[in-house]
Unconditional design. Structure first.
Length: 230
């Protein structure tokens, strides 16, 4: 087992906490998740939002040199998509992703399917995401909760990208919103899904991405054990 470490430099004392725990995170497998709050890859170079994002990315770069994660999960965007602006935002995101590759040459970047349709934050639909990943030879992390909330065909998504998928974010929801429920609490049939992931992408890792404190501790260890038993 290892960890995915979400970089959260926007929180008070977070960086100091990270410094105190560097030896702990150095002990086993580690991947980074780039900062989400404060980073917007669809913001054009030179804008205030781009400058704010680069502040957080530079801090992440600093700790990537220290902790040497194997991979880092990246978003194409985090913002609401204004009407008529999608193509421009996507083009900027693609340019900024290339810059990220230059900033982290020793870290494998994994592009995550992000955005929730009901919140108007989806830059791509399922076929567009799949085609871009294939055409640009991206390494991919599939967030199954995002896919489910957006009514994507999870099994077809995994099948179509099975040669590109390196990992998964595992959590459940009601099929409409990004609730980050425990894996057996929602509309996804996780027993069936985990068997399928294991068969289609046996080398990909699974990250239980629980955000609510009540799911930490015993609920988390119970679900880890369930994953091992699949």
């Amino acid at each position: 087992m290892g960890f995915e470490l979400l970089m959260m430099f926007d929180l008070p004392d977070w960086e100091e906490d990270l410094k105190r725990n560097l030896s702990f995170f150095s002990r086993g497998p580690l991947i980074f998740h780039e900062p989400v709050w404060g980073v917007e890859h669809s913001a054009p170079r030179g804008s205030a939002a781009w400058e704010e994002g680069m502040y957080h990315i530079r801090l992440t770069q600093k700790y990537a040199r220290i902790l040497r994660p194997s991979d880092m999960v990246c978003h194409l965007n985090n913002c609401v998509i204004p009407e008529g602006k999608r193509d421009a935002l996507l083009q900027t995101s693609l340019e900024n992703l290339q810059e990220m590759r230059d900033l982290f040459p020793e870290v494998r970047l994994l592009v995550e399917n992000t955005g929730i349709r009901s919140e108007n934050t989806c830059l791509l639909d399922q076929d567009e995401f799949t085609d871009l990943c294939r055409d640009r030879h991206w390494d991919v992390l599939i967030d199954v909760g995002h896919a489910n909330a957006n009514h994507w065909d999870l099994f077809r998504l995994v099948h179509d990208l099975r040669d590109r998928i390196r990992g998964y974010h595992l959590h459940n929801n009601d099929g409409r919103s990004d609730q980050h429920n425990r894996i057996f609490h929602g509309s996804i049939d996780f027993v069936r899904l985990l068997h399928y992931l294991k068969a289609e992408t046996p080398g990909a890792y699974w990250v239980l991405e629980y955000t609510r404190p009540e799911f930490h501790g015993r609920p988390l260890t119970e679900d880890i054990d369930s994953c091992y038993r699949v």
